[in-house]
Design a binder for this molecule. Sequence first.
Ligand code: FES
Ligand code: FES
Length: 153
Amino acid sequence: MTQLELIINQTSVTLDVDPATSLLDVLRNEVGLASPRFGCGKEQCGACCVKIDNKLVYACTHSMAEAAGQSITTVEGLGTPENPHPLQQAVMDLNAGQCGFCLSGILVTASKLLDENPAPSRSDVMTALDDHLCRCGAHNRIIDAILRAADKR
Ligand code: FES
Ligand code: FES
């Protein structure tokens, strides 16, 4: 075990962990954040995506040794129930998800997209979400929600 520090959603957290443990396991099991999901464990579904210093990372294959000392944003860091991020509000307004399993990773990716491209086309959104699977087939509604959030901003 090694003592490692992470900055998670702007709060510093120090943990005693095996540096080989995945960031996803630590976020879910040690920190108690439920949003990053385990889908495939092989960088194939995007359910575990988080931002590290504004880069998208698959938390399922990113080790704690790699993540140590860095600033991590999960969907919990985008907004709150009282003050949701425009993306979260748009997903609720359009009832865009079905089971919601894919949504945390998609919203983290979409937040990066909107930060870099505040007025994306439908094709821009589809390209940004290329590495995200939605097993419910809710892609079209989710894309509509992202475009609505961009409009509202
Ligand atoms: S769980 Fe990480 S990409 Fe699927
Ligand atoms: S809403 Fe169920 S996997 Fe996307």
